[in-house]
Design a protein around this ligand. Structure first.
Ligand SMILES: [Zn+2]
Length: 353
């Protein structure tokens, strides 16, 4: 096969891993296709299929997770970061056989201050108690902690849930317990506090500033703008409302600064966040490009940048998981081809050809 870097690669598959010579699987000649080690969705919630279902449901059924995980595989998405839930039972997705789901990096129950998220959704914890709550949230198998950084209050607008010092303490505890921290922020001011506090990944981040990008890039942090989801959310808000105006202003801000983020060292990653269906991360890749990421950076947002940032072992190389997603057209000449994989294999199991 030929990789997006133009290299010719010959690999076999044994026990779900790539090996150097052709063994165990019938020979497949994929030389007419362009190969990647799969697409990545860096902001998903596998316990639901829509925002409404996530917010209103109660216990998350395993059958819903199984269906969403297979929708991801069917789209060629072999790496997923789940950015939190209302029911920590979603962490049981990690018990599903690896060949039957994407590689998963997961946060458990989301943390927010009182009134600082959808009612009845998050574990509500105020700033002084945040470090202790973060320590509890860092229990295995979670490898991420998800905080809600800001949320609209009736008649007041969006307000930060935590102070910078409180975020800094939370990050310290998470890192000491082997977890990374992701923060939801759609309002002004919060991104600057979160970046200064050392938060690892900025989710949405509509009001990131140039200084935030430089500081986040200097420590190789991540930004998952979820632009398609933010556009979708803005469309649900009343025309002329302050909320809709905030989202529109934020999206315009993203368009003005995202182009230089990768060069500054930020891992800009593609995420679907329930507005885009599971498996359709290609939609967000096109959004990122439309807002100003180069074609190469947009492609990387759902491939190499995500694997590197999340520390995934998936590589088109011996002893890596036998994960393979091929395209008929080079994605660098047509990003739209990412929505139409021609061949999908997860852990050596062919899912689509
Ligand atoms: Zn989300």
């Amino acid at each position: 096969m030929r990789t997006i870097a133009g290299d010719e690669v010959v690999l076999g598959v044994e026990s779900g891993l790539f090996v150097e010579s052709e063994v165990d699987v019938p020979e497949l000649d994929l030389r007419h296709l362009v190969a990647t080690s799969g697409l990545a969705d860096s902001h998903a919630h596998i316990g639901a299929t829509s925002v409404g279902e996530m917010v209103e449901g109660e216990v998350i059924a395993r059958s819903i997770m199984v269906a969403n995980l297979s929708a991801q595989l069917d789209g060629g998405v072999l790496l997923v970061a789940d950015k939190g839930t209302r029911d920590p039972a979603t962490l049981e997705a990690l018990e599903i056989d690896e060949a039957d789901r994407p590689e998963l990096h997961m946060a458990g129950h989301i943390l927010a201050s009182a009134g600082g998220y959808y009612e009845g959704f998050a574990i509500e914890v105020d700033g002084p108690d945040l470090p202790a709550a973060v320590e509890r949230a860092c229990q295995a198998p979670a490898t991420w902690v998800k905080l809600i950084g800001d949320w609209p209050r009736r008649g007041v607008g969006a307000l930060p849930n935590y102070a910078e010092d409180e975020l800094r303490s939370a990050v310290g505890v998470a890192h000491a317990n082997g977890c990374r921290v992701a923060i939801h922020t759609a309002a002004p001011d919060t991104p600057s506090m979160a970046v200064a506090a050392g938060v690892d990944s900025i989710e949405h981040g509509l009001f990131m500033t140039q200084a935030d990008i430089e500081m986040l890039g200097a420590r190789a942090g991540a930004w998952v703008p979820t632009l398609a989801a933010m556009e979708g959310l803005a469309d649900t808000l009343k025309e002329g409302s302050s909320g809709r105006r905030m989202f529109r202003d934020g999206l315009a801000n993203v368009a003005s600064i995202i182009g230089g983020a990768t060069e500054a060292g930020v891992s800009v990653l593609a995420g679907t966040d329930l507005t885009v269906p599971h498996g359709d991360v290609a939609v967000e890749v096109l959004s990122l490009h439309r807002y100003g990421l180069s074609v190469a950076d947009a492609l990387s947002s759902a491939t190499n940048s995500a694997s590197d940032y999340l520390g995934s072992p998936r590589r088109l190389a011996p002893l890596s998981p036998a994960d393979l997603v091929c395209f008929a057209v080079d994605p660098l000449s047509d990003l739209g081809t990412l929505a139409r994989p021609a061949f999908i294999m997860r852990r050596g199991r062919i899912i689509y050809r």
